[in-house]
Design a protein around this ligand. Sequence first.
Ligand SMILES: *Cc1c(COP(=O)(O)O)cnc(C)c1O
Length: 404
Amino acid sequence: MTSVSIPSRPVDRLVQLKNHLSTMTQKQHKLCMIPGPVEFHEDVLEAMSTPATSHVDPNFIPVFGEVIEMTRKVVLSQAAQPIILSGSGTLGWDQMCNVIEEGDEVIVTNTGYFGDRFGECLETYGAHVTAIRVPVGHRVTVEKVKEAFESIKKPVKMITMTHVDTSTGVLGDVKGIAAYVRQHSPETLIVIDAVCAVASEELRFDEWDIDVVISATQKALGAPPGLSVVVASQRAIKVYENRKTPVRNYYSNWGKWLPIMAAYEARKPAYFATPAVQLIYAFHVSLSQILAYGIENRFAAHREASVQFRMALAHLGLKPVAVDETCAANGMTAVWYPEGVDAKLVAQMAGQGVQIAGGLLQPHAPNYFRIGHMGLSVCDPNRKHIKKVIDVLTASLSQLGYKA
Ligand SMILES: *Cc1c(COP(=O)(O)O)cnc(C)c1O
């Protein structure tokens, strides 16, 4: 992005901003191939530029209602409760304040940066966190989870998993770990940080008996950033209802939001805090597209794209951070820089119209880069986004002196 300096007179500032924005049309913009925000469909963008609309307008209420229903379908659930709030994915972590009380035991399975941060968030609300750590690029095994349960002599209130840790591109074994936990410790809440996984990775809320899925609009869900998307099981809501101490958070309090979600789903007006009307419209468009494409087809398309992507990497002699295929995410890949190449690659590719992301997990961050391959870029092959990112990657590496 070109930097816009702040001029002395506001009118100049407006002109500068306008010039800057004019280089950012859908046609001219840099292809955004980071692990979120992902590329947006034109219809999604159009929904963002709709006129001022009351959040209790009779035409808006059913749109929000349908967004709630479609969200439930996307995670393959019949009866779970979506909670859709203005905020980013991180707000989903904070919403765990509704089920956590001081001193609760929580196991955090950690496959990168986002596990650390989620654990930090839960500690803010008084949780006692036991983190399971594995070497970078590996996934947490059921065996490790078993050891953690055995080491904690008290009931475990919650276990969290990062479905795809966006800092490493590692895909967690949600199905396997959830099955073990449900059998071994049926009361433990199974909470999935699926911010970078919903609508790209296989996730079956009811079948796998999950309690909470946390996501956000700007990753595979394909809408602009700004909505926190949480889906909670009836079991999780019971835990909230039966808690002994008050929720120590105002905006995130499910006591405020559950009646609002119920009202919108019943096509009735309600108000606690103004919803992001235009984002809800945009999300409605992307959810409709996802369901029209079909969830199973989405899983398959992302699996295929990731195979194609890893084959291209192998051809270039590059190594993914995820150590093998079973633990490699389908919607993104983190890749070690080859000998002689560093973060200059990110700028080199940006110069050729493709934005990728640098590393995130310390101390390895300077040694790898990340590419998102999810959502529209995967499900609409006519756009040739995957081919473009591979072509520009190949050319940029060569320009930086790397020989495959
Ligand atoms: C992006 C992401 C988050 C944080 O979401 P924000 O929208 O940036 O707050 C959390 N967890 C994972 C796995 C993510 O990929």
